[in-house]
Design a protein around this ligand. Structure first.
Ligand SMILES: [Zn+2]
Length: 94
């Protein structure tokens, strides 16, 4: 039996490497704009730690990672998404 090694990605806030499944993925889709967990294009990942979710610079880091300006509408959706993800169990890595 061959074991699949997990796909690792870096959190844009703490710069630590995590299994992709444990990260919130934000993608700037070529056609549909910014999406969560889906879409094709430049992606950024945030780990599920409170420290990173409530990072005061997270929006700036996200803009930099996605190389785009985030619209206020998106920020609102982003914050709701964070809240929703926060209700799922948190893993502490530190
Ligand atoms: Zn992080």
């Amino acid at each position: 039996m061959k074991q699949k090694s997990p796909v690792m990605r870096i959190c844009i806030s703490c710069r630590k490497t995590y299994n992709r499944k444990d990260l919130l993925k934000i993608t700037k889709d070529h056609n549909k704009g910014i999406m969560f967990h889906k879409g094709i294009g430049r992606s950024a990942y945030i780990c599920k730690s409170k420290k990173c979710y409530f990072d005061s610079k997270i929006k700036k880091k996200l803009q930099k990672a996605l190389k785009t300006d985030l619209k206020p509408e998106f920020i609102e959706i982003f914050e709701k998404e964070l809240q929703a993800t926060m209700t799922s169990p948190i893993r502490e890595y530190n």
